[in-house]
Ligand binder design. Structure first.
Ligand code: GLN
Length: 190
């Protein structure tokens, strides 16, 4: 089994390291043709407008939609969550538009712009060490979306079938439990 990390911008090396800790193989995805080699794809944090722009430039939009249509698993963290969402609250055009969620960018107030916390997540025995950096919030979810965690009543982890998202960065700590959860999702699909 092989997991790809979209390597257009953002925390790519950290995700690769976290996936490898689960025992699965991980590669950086720089060309859409590489999607054929992988079973699951992580879209990292960074800056969603930039990632969206680069995805359009390098022809990733349709390629990733096709990847998803095959039922292959996707995991978006922070900006990656925004890129996967069907609705962006500011009225900005969506990017991949694959997950039935509404997101608000940079939604945590100023003094909470960046912080770390231990976050209980449905389906995991231990809380996840979560790093929030100018993080987005999920403001609303469609009926088929499962909310996996909230922080101060705001939705920060969710799953819709084969798509998993987190508002925070799970790859910036030594805790790889959410990556393990994703690898298990990919394994079940395979
Ligand atoms: N604030 C960024 C955005 O709106 C996301 C931040 C992140 O990925 N750490 O795209």
């Amino acid at each position: 089994m092989k997991i790809g990390v979209l390597a257009l911008q953002g925390a790519v090396a950290e995700h690769i390291r976290s996936v490898e800790k689960t025992g699965a193989a991980a590669i950086a995805i720089k060309h859409k043709e590489q999607l054929q080699e992988i079973d699951g794809l992580i879209i990292p944090g960074g800056e969603s407008t930039t990632i969206g722009k680069l995805m359009r430039r390098y022809d990733f939009i349709d390629a990733i939609r096709e990847f998803s249509a095959q039922g292959k698993a996707l995991f978006g963290t922070c900006a990656g969550l925004i890129v996967l969402a069907k609705h962006i609250e500011s009225g900005e055009e969506s990017h991949l538009g694959l997950m039935n969620i509404w997101v608000s960018r940079n939604a945590f107030g100023r003094q909470r712009e960046s912080f770390e916390t231990d976050l209980p997540v449905k389906g995991l025995d231990q809380p996840v060490r979560a790093v929030f950096i100018r993080a987005p919030l999920i403001t609303k979810v469609g009926q088929t979306v499962d909310v996996l965690s909230t922080y101060k009543d705001e939705i920060v982890t969710a799953r819709e079938g084969h798509i998993l998202v987190s508002s925070y960065h799970p790859e910036l700590t030594d805790d790889f439990s959410l990556h393990q959860y994703f690898v298990d999702m990919v394994q079940k699909k395979k």
